[in-house]
Design a protein around this ligand. Structure first.
Ligand SMILES: C[S@@+](CC[C@H](N)C(=O)[O-])C[C@H]1O[C@@H](n2cnc3c(N)ncnc32)[C@H](O)[C@@H]1O
Length: 484
């Protein structure tokens, strides 16, 4: 078993199918093979260390992305100065997560099973990175949308520079579908709740949008045609409310123009727009998804999703260098009822082991996945990484929501012993339980869940949630890897 000190500093890992998870890019080799890259590569100052680049130099990061796309993916690529420069290993994590969602049997496939996978990239940018990676790596077809001239022009150029992908990627101008009737208030005022002092200061420095002159483009509605069906949509949204907030990470230079980085109301407003559009287009997509940059926003967005009546929410954490990012996915398609859940014994303690984990997965990663699972179910989670446990609280309303959708069939046994009605029940207490994760040996992790109030009438809900957790973790960490 690893020591606590060692385990505490383990960062979240890169997706196991990401080609760079075991073998990061070899800058020395790339410099040798691509002379245009070599001026940016310098030897490590540490004996035996790997050559590196100056991550604060935009030209260096752009050239790295260009040679990685060419060398590892056979993709020709370029962006003009200042446009957002993607980091290939980071962007691959989102692609692989979508691949996981599509191959999971959480929701049924479209009727015609021989259909090729079709995705929609909202805000594809000049770099058009997700369509280029998804099409070259997995043969998926894409519509990539954007609103700026530079993004549309360069995304098209990037597709046309790759004749083998031209048939798979269509770039669509979302400005053609402006929703001029819908007017949003100025930055920072579209959310409930108080702004922090810093946010108020930043807000006062920003130019205010004129109510009358600001018309918000729809993100999906209108841009998606009536008869179109997609397996998924994905989005790396403009995260920030202002360029000041975007700041510049002093440790990297990935560029990014205001149009790429900033949106009135920031990522929360942008993803809310996707959620609103997803309600209208619920039958046009199997999975909707977006990246989220702030954990606080993730919680707010998960509760918006519950409000609009989605059938399932999934979250994950992405590795983005030093920065944490989350993936949020949802669907309106009815979740397949799990046979495991129906047979779950109702107890106040449950445990299961995950065996045969790849070496990069230990207690830390499993604990993060446990937290993501319960967050996606609308729970409040308090993680203790020293003790490797997470305390989970589900309010009455959240339990009601769970009972109304996916858990309806499995909470039933406990509920029927209390009352004849089910979904309208208001229970006297919230549900509190603790999930602990123990690394028994390398590759084997024990997950144990204990209800904190043993006489809680919602034992059945706890048992069922726990069995869903087992199913999800086995699917993500054990079965998928065996299958791959
Ligand atoms: C953070 S950038 C992401 C670029 C690229 N997908 C990536 O991951 O590097 C966000 C993109 O969303 C675009 N955008 C903003 N509003 C949009 C809208 N309503 N519809 C489509 N794209 C939009 C911006 O122009 C920008 O290119």
């Amino acid at each position: 078993m690893q020591s606590k000190k060692r385990r505490r500093i383990d960062p979240p890992t890169i997706h196991p199918r990401n080609r760079y998870s075991e073998k990061p890019p070899d800058f020395g080799l790339l410099a040798y093979l691509y002379p245009s890259f070599s001026p940016y590569v310098f030897p490590s100052s540490r004996p035996g260390g790997r050559p590196s680049i100056d991550w604060t130099n935009f030209n260096a990061t752009r050239e790295l992305t260009r040679v990685l796309l060419l060398h590892d993916h056979g993709v020709n690529w370029w962006i003009p100065d200042g446009q957002l420069c993607p980091t290939v290993p980071n962007r691959l994590n989102y692609i692989h997560w979508i691949e996981d969602l599509l191959s999971s049997d959480l929701i049924p496939a479209w009727d015609c099973s021989d259909r090729k996978v079709r995705g929609f990239d909202i805000g594809t940018g000049a770099n058009c990175i997700y369509p280029l990676l998804g099409a070259s790596l997995l043969g998926w077809s894409f519509v990539g949308s954007d609103v700026t001239d530079a993004a549309l022009e360069w995304a098209r150029k990037n597709v046309e520079s790759n004749p083998h992908l031209v048939e798979l990627i269509e770039i669509r101008n979302a400005n053609d579908f402006l929703c001029s009737a819908e007017v949003k208030p100025k930055s920072g005022k579209i959310f409930e709740g108080e702004l922090s002092t810093e946010e108020k200061e930043a807000d006062s420095l920003e130019p205010k949008l004129e109510m009358s002159s600001f018309s918000e483009p729809h993100v999906l509605v209108g841009v998606v045609k009536d008869d179109e069906k997609f397996d998924f949509c994905m989005c790396n949204p403009p995260f920030f409310e202002s360029m000041k907030e975007a700041g510049l990470n002093p440790k990297t230079s990935c560029g990014g123009t205001p149009k790429e980085m900033v949106y009135p109301g920031g990522e929360q407003a942008f993803v809310t727009q996707i959620i609103n559009d997803s309600v209208v287009l619920r039958n046009s997509f199997r999975w909707f998804s977006s990246m989220v940059g702030r954990k606080g926003n993730l919680k707010v967005l998960v509760s918006k999703l519950r409000d609009v009546g989605v059938s399932i929410v999934k979250t994950t954490e992405f590795v983005q260098g030093q920065t944490a990012r989350w993936g949020l996915a949802w669907s309106f398609i009815a979740v397949k009822k799990s046979s495991i859940a129906l047979n779950t014994p109702i107890k106040s303690h449950h445990s299961f082991t995950l065996e045969g984990l790849q070496r990069q997965f230990g207690a830390f990663q499993i604990l993060k996945a446990v937290e993501s699972f319960f967050l996606a179910n609308g729970a409040l989670c308090k993680c203790d990484f020293l003790s490797f446990l997470v305390n989970v609280t589900l309010s009455n309303d959240q339990i009601d929501d769970l009972l109304k959708d996916g858990l309806a069939n499995i909470g039933g046994r406990a509920i029927s012993s209390m009352s004849n009605t089910s979904t309208d029940l208001k229970f006297p207490k919230e549900l509190l339980f603790r999930v602990s994760v123990f690394e028994q040996s390398p590759g084997t992790v024990l997950v144990r869940g204990s209800l904190l109030h043993k006489d809680n009438p919602l034992l059945g809900v706890f048992s069922s949630l726990f069995s869903r957790l087992e199913e999800a973790l086995k699917n993500d960490f054990v079965n998928k890897l065996r299958g791959s």
